[in-house]
Design a protein around this ligand. Structure first.
Ligand code: NAI
Length: 798
């Protein structure tokens, strides 16, 4: 009688296909073509255009779908706009009931949706059935909960308005859920455009919306390609754009929305490191690689595509990996025992093939499993490049296929350096049995999601999203919900006040001839790296009081000065690593030193037009504001999320790094401090452009900084022409975020320039913010903009 081991060694898999007849019947029912879902009805494209949707595993057409035009988008935005007043004012409990009903209907149709997703996308039924669709239901349940709780748990916030949502093809229904569930919970209405390769589950979802009686226009789905997406981005009736897809298109959308005032969140590409230390459980880590890069055929934005292996175990690890790869089965995705299905489209397959070819041409050593591939359809074998050069194309570019790129490191420092050697920052996976080493590494990696001894874990309760060119904004959890909310205070700011725009005369001492000289002349300087520095161009301008009296001079900084300031800010990273308590002490000291000079600062404000009382009030309010943020320095805590059992899923607030701050003209001292303090309290270093109207309070502030133990480079101040200096900050690749307090007419230029490294830009309408009011001039919203969320998943148990 054969032993069990012999049976296991010889056993062949028989086909175990999931039945697809209910889905085939549904497709047959729609043989005449699928239509857009607008205002609760299924409607044809305004120009009657359609496009074909294919099953990539069999190269067979599945359906014809309406091609969305700008007119269709317009109709959908109108429907969403009409639905908004009633939907946004429904009690949260009523919205919770709708979301709950959607979750239940998805659960009832789980099998149907799994098969449909597999047919449309090519991903294995094992994944759609066990991961995608259950997570879709989970998102609607979780956000039904948020709809119930928002009014009490996140008070004083309201919905943004009509949201335009554009999603990719790699997790079609899951991405829809990530976008629609929080938007609806928060009281927004939406127009969603699915990816052109995979629109079918979104249309099945539209049927669910009708079934549950969702009010017409709350959800609208317009199918089409990039041009349809671009029309949605451009539509003036849309208040927020949420996009997931390639970094290239993310950049186009950043530019297209520049200056529009639309809220924006971008979830873009990645080249995430998968780090294996020599003390890792190697068999566990090999399974991790399978989940990291062969899950969904590697078409995952956070795929662990760069394997960083500690040198001593590299050969052994790669050997184990190759053996495991040889057992992976690639084939009919409807077969329940298949590991890898089809690539979404022949165009994506060609892209993978071409990048792999380039890797080989550049000298990479490729190992591919010799598994049997189906005769037709878009399939690609599991692949790994060994000993890749960190600077090679395949180590830098997102391949978006089942291709891992392996390289080695010697020390933990080198692992961190290699991990961060990318323009992306979406995720990272760290494998070590030493929890200290794993968490220390996690703290140093610039990425939004860190998995310890695990990979590709997602949950509705945990924020997901990137650092750097992987985008900004989060999906899931409280942070994800906040992307669909606006603080009510921002909607009710003061009406615009008239402003004086300063014209700088770049000639040395220009303007002084006609003005009365101040009693003591002062040499205008900038403040860079903890020292006063002459402006590079050697020019200054005369700052005058409203009555024309010359008050003094301010240096005219230029690009070079900003670059110098940035250099010192980048070097001052020790500030970001300090404990909040230590930072608080420095801030309190700053308040103390300002208090000692309160009279001088009040005089300065008086001379620039404030009444005596207003000047004293502004100085006093500034001292209080410093205290306020010193208090927050050690209190803006993260959270531990309730995701799944035996996991600590920790959400940490991390500083961005270097933030550019462009200050308001109003409240020249208080306005500037209201930007500097939250940023540095959270551990950022800042390069500040003070108001060109009244910059002298800023230059006086150098003295306070000098005497307050603020390390050099933490705060640099460059006075000068706002437009030029802001653009330089927006352009600069090492500025990680930008706060821009200026009239809306000036936003477009900086938002356009920010598309280079896709830094988040927070535009504040300076002249509509009452900086004195504690409701508008300070608060956690400033702290939120000063931090980015890092989610660390730590499993526990044997
Ligand atoms: P893509 O970024 O072009 O498409 C994503 C979505 O954006 C689709 O719905 C598309 O119709 C829409 N879109 C395209 N151009 C647009 C525009 N100008 N304005 C508004 N919407 C627009 O991604 P694509 O071409 O499907 O894939 C190309 C590469 O992008 C992949 O090989 C992969 O590297 C990356 N990618 C990354 C994803 C991620 O989750 N990070 C998802 C999909 C693709």
């Amino acid at each position: 009688m054969p032993t069990v081991k012999e049976i296991l060694n010889t056993m062949e898999y028989g086909p175990a296909p999931e039945a697809d007849s209910p889905v085939r019947e549904w497709l047959e029912h729609h043989r005449d073509g699928f239509r857009h879902y607008i205002g609760g009805a299924f409607v044809q494209s305004s120009e009657g255009g359609t496009f074909r949707v294919m099953n990539p595993a069999r190269d067979e057409p599945l359906a014809n779908v309406a091609e969305g035009t700008a007119r269709d988008i317009d109709a959908a935005v109108s429907a969403a706009t009409s639905a908004f007043p009633a939907w946004s004012t429904l009690p949260g409990h009523a919205r919770a009931r709708y979301l709950y009903a959607i979750a239940r209907h998805i659960q009832k149709r789980e099998r149907f949706l799994s098969v449909l997703e597999t047919l449309d996308n090519g991903k294995p039924i094992r994944e759609t059935r066990d991961i995608d669709i259950p997570l879709v239901a989970r998102h609607f349940y979780h956000h039904a909960g948020w709809a119930e709780l928002i009014e009490t748990d996140i008070p004083e916030h309201g919905p943004v308005g009509v949201c335009g949502q554009i999603i990719p093809w790699n997790f079609p229904l899951l991405m829809l859920a990530w976008k629609i569930a929080p938007a609806l919970a928060a009281g927004n209405t939406v127009v969603l455009k699915p990816a052109e390769y995979t629109p079918l589950t979104a249309l099945a979802f539209a049927e669910i919306c009708s079934e549950v009686g969702l009010p017409p226009g709350v959800v609208n789905i317009v199918t089409g390609d990039g041009a349809t997406g671009a029309a949605l981005v451009a539509h003036a009736g849309v208040s927020k754009i949420a996009f997931t897809g390639s970094t290239e298109v993310g950049r186009i959308i950043r530019k297209a929305t520049a200056g529009s005032g639309k809220k924006l969140s971008l979830e873009l590409g990645g080249k995430s490191p998968f780090i294996v230390f020599e003390d890792a459980d190697l068999d566990g880590a090999v399974e991790g690689v399978v989940d990291a890069i062969f899950f969904n055929q590697g078409q995952v934005c956070c795929a662990g595509s760069r394997l960083l292996i500690q040198e001593g175990i590299s050969d052994r690890f790669l050997d184990k990996l190759r053996r495991r790869m040889a057992t992976l089965r690639v084939g009919d995705p409807l077969d329940k025992s298949i590991d890898m299905g089809a690539i979404v489209d022949p165009a994506q397959l060609a892209r993978i093939e071409s990048l792999v070819q380039q890797g080989v041409t550049e000298g990479g050593t490729l190992w591919q499993s010799d598994c049997e591939l189906p005769a037709c359809g878009s399939f690609y074998p599991p692949s790994v490049f060994v000993n890749a050069e960190p600077a090679s194309t395949i180590a830098e570019v997102e391949i978006f296929g089942p291709v891992a790129v392996a390289m080695t490191f010697r020390t933990p420092e080198e692992a961190v350096q290699l991990a961060n050697n990318t323009r992306f920052g979406l995720a990272a996976s760290i494998w070590s049995e030493n929890i200290d080493l794993a968490l220390d590494t996690a703290s140093q990696i610039k990425a939004g999601v860190l998995w310890i001894n695990s990979t590709n874990l997602f949950d509705a309760a945990a924020g997901f999203g990137g650092y750097r060119e992987s985008g900004f904004g989060r999906e899931g959890g409280r942070e994800g919900l906040l992307e669909y909310l606006v603080p009510t205070i921002e909607k009710s700011l003061l009406p615009a006040a008239p402003r004086t725009v300063a014209k700088l005369d770049a000639s040395p001492h220009g303007g002084l001839k006609t003005a009365k000289l101040p009693e003591i002349d002062r040499t205008a300087k900038l403040y860079i790296g903890g020292k006063q520095a002459r402006p590079d161009g050697g020019h200054s301008w005369t700052v005058t009081a409203p009555d024309g009296t010359a008050l003094g001079e301010a240096g005219i900084g230029n690009r070079k000065d900003i670059r110098n300031a940035m250099e010192t800010a980048v070097k001052a990273k020790g500030w970001s690593g300090q404990a909040g308590h230590n930072r608080a002490q420095v801030l309190y000291f700053m308040a103390e030193n300002l208090s000692a000079r309160a009279g001088e600062f009040a005089d300065r404000l008086r001379s620039s037009g404030h009444s005596g009382e207003a000047a004293a009030n502004e100085v006093e309010a500034t001292i209080r504001r410093i205290f306020y943020y010193a208090a927050w320095a050690d209190k803006f805590d993260g959270r531990v999320h309730a995701t799944r059992s035996r996991h600590l899923t920790i959400g940490l607030h991390e500083p961005f790094g270097v933030i550019g701050l462009v200050c308001p003209d109003e409240a020249p001292l208080l306005g500037m401090i209201s930007l500097i303090l939250p940023a540095i309290a959270m551990g950022n270093r800042v390069v500040v452009v003070p108001s060109p109207v009244q910059p002298l309070s800023a230059t006086d502030f150098y003295q306070v900084l000098d005497t307050s133990d603020v390390p050099g480079g933490v705060v640099s101040i460059v006075t000068g022409a706002r437009a030029e200096l802001s653009k330089t900050l927006a352009d600069h690749d090492e500025v990680d975020a930008l706060w821009y307090s200026a009239p809306r007419s000036e936003w477009a230029a900086v938002e356009l320039a920010s598309a280079g490294n896709l830094k988040p830009v927070w535009t504040l309408e300076g002249d509509r913010t009452d900086w004195h009011a504690t409701t508008t001039g300070q608060g956690p919203r400033f702290l939120r903009h000063a931090t980015q969320l890092k989610t660390i998943w730590v499993p526990y148990g044997e």
